[in-house]
Design a protein around this ligand. Sequence first.
Ligand SMILES: *Cc1c(COP(=O)(O)O)cnc(C)c1O
Length: 340
Amino acid sequence: MKINLISDTVTKPTPAMLKAMYSAEVGDDVFNDDPTVNALQAKAADMFGKEAALFCPSGTMTNQIAIKCHTQPLDEVICDHFSHIFQYEVGGYAFNSGVAINLISGTNGKITKDQIEAAIKPNYDWLPRTRLVVLENTANKGGGSYYTLEEVRPIRQMCLDRGLALHLDGARLFNALVETGENTLDWGSMFDSISICLSKGLGAPVGSLLIGNQDFIAKARRYRKVMGGGMRQAGYLAAAGIFALENHVGRLREDNLRARNLGETLRQQNWVSNVRPVQTNIVIFDLAPPFTAADFLKKFEEKGVLATAFGPATVRFVTHLDFTEEMMSRVVEVIEKLKF
Ligand SMILES: *Cc1c(COP(=O)(O)O)cnc(C)c1O
């Protein structure tokens, strides 16, 4: 049994999802003429109470387009130092948008209204102009931690007062919402734009959505095109996205629960020095010295379990749709028997 905990992006479409893809009605989406893409976009916009949405090949693209739409060159983006837009998007904020980044050291990838407000730059010719705040929910490098609406509300109000746009990198937003019970409409009302990934825990093979108001999405469409993201019969992929939103949201609770249980098992091992709080489907833990992530991954792989290094002595597990209860039992057994 091969078990892959590298990421929740490793899932393959289920037979039912493939069937939905196979029977999708398609057209040419560059001409706005793919009915399944249009249906997915309308569905996502409705879920968040926004006017429009845009289907893109990746979450990197939806985030990059959002930054591009919200800023001008010489502006600045405020985010946590763990943010995906800073860590894992090839420095695209500088390349695509010509903006600076102003990093905040938050807690497990989360930042507060006071931290953000203190980071806003005064208006001088020689400083970048603070223009955009990006929150990440759940916070990936933050160990899957999540914000509650109560935490976001003051940030939203401050951004309105200070004339800043607010974007949500919600790659794994639904992993948070199944825990808090909060709804997409309330989350939609907090942000100028939202990115969600269909290709993570939701189990679609490809795709992310950028959600916002009409003018914003009209602009975003042009940037998607110039980035090479205009796709033709993309309805086959959009059908997987619709299927995922209709069938794979509630079950994210199982992924979160398995991750919490993995965290508990790891905490009991003397070769683990620290497990970050597990709030959703990501488990990040540090190995007790002198063990390294490379040692651990090698031993783990010998037992048929794949994971990823998140630092020299830090390892990340991500649970997902293709990680079954049987696999869970096997991983717990491997952890409990592991000897260094
Ligand atoms: C995965 C991820 C993205 C987008 O990644 P792609 O691989 O480009 O789809 C964006 N933000 C976060 C927090 C992510 O985890």
